[in-house]
Write a protein that binds this ligand. Structure first.
Ligand SMILES: Nc1nc2c(ncn2[C@@H]2O[C@H](COP(=O)(O)OP(=O)(O)OP(=O)(O)O)[C@@H](O)[C@H]2O)c(=O)[nH]1
Ligand SMILES: [Mg+2]
Length: 227
């Protein structure tokens, strides 16, 4: 196991070398059915790319390189089913941004989402991470508002030095995704200067690049998920 993670680190260092200081690792997590994969591929299609065919219930992960506001993100969409969640931990080192996707319509599971988020944030590797909460499925009638999501997820109990922001969105239409990415890009670009909850301004995912190294990282993760 240790050797496998070492290989992962090595590949990631190669990616850093290739993309320099602009490259940021962003993990996208949340419960199953929250809409993570839809977010990933809607961002891809907003960028003019042909998105991958929809694949519900991600077993493992999807990963794409996304450029936004001059920053290059390696955006990892990790399957949210409980059997997948242990794999989230493998990617925590070097993670600078965390996108936590919530199904705003699923009131029955919001406390499970809260518990997963707080459990994840207890990991030391995530100290200094910038947290974007996507309050997804805002197109549905019986949805939780931003204030309700903040309260239910107990975001105000998080450490004061942890920056977080809640963005309402609809992953199927793409509404709100760009604003969320704006906040994340600003937070990651100006780690000293952006107070929690501020920084919304418009912008688009401008381009996307794929890097061969991703498939190597993916192979290593495949091994981790199988064992
Ligand atoms: N109405 C509505 N449905 C959405 C929205 N976003 C995603 N969905 C639907 O929710 C379902 C689950 O979406 P996925 O993107 O597969 O969810 P996921 O978080 O990747 O789930 P796992 O891979 O199991 O972790 C799909 O049927 C999507 O079409 C949204 O904004 N509004
Ligand atoms: Mg998925």
């Amino acid at each position: 196991m240790g050797q496998t993670i070492g290989v992962l680190d090595c590949i990631y260092e190669n990616m850093l070398e290739k993309y320099g200081p602009w490259q940021r690792r962003v993990l996208m997590v949340g419960l199953d059915n929250a809409g993570k994969t839809t977010v990933l591929y809607t961002l891809q299609s907003q960028n003019g790319e042909k998105p991958a065919p929809p694949a519900p219930n991600t077993m493992g992960y999807n990963v794409e390189m996304v450029r936004h506001q001059g920053l290059m993100f390696s955006l990892w969409d990790l399957g949210g089913h409980s059997s997948n969640r242990v794999a989230w931990l493998q990617l925590l080192p070097e993670t600078q941004g965390l996108i936590f996707v919530v199904d705003s319509n699923d009131k029955k599971r919001i406390l499970e989402a809260r518990d997963e988020l707080h459990k994840l944030l207890k990991n030391d590797e995530l100290s200094g991470v910038k947290l974007l909460v996507l309050a997804n499925k805002q197109d549905l009638d019986d949805k939780l508002s931003t204030d309700e999501i903040i309260e239910k997820l107990q975001l105000r109990t998080l450490p004061l030095d942890l920056w977080w922001h809640v963005q309402e969105c609809c992953a199927t239409s793409g509404e709100g995704l760009s604003q969320g990415m704006d906040w994340l890009a600003s937070a990651l670009a100006n780690p000293q200067g952006l107070p929690s909850g501020s920084g919304d301004h418009s912008g688009d995912v401008s381009s996307q690049m794929k890097y061969n190294g991703i498939s190597q990282v993916a192979e290593v993760l495949d091994l981790l998920l199988v064992h």
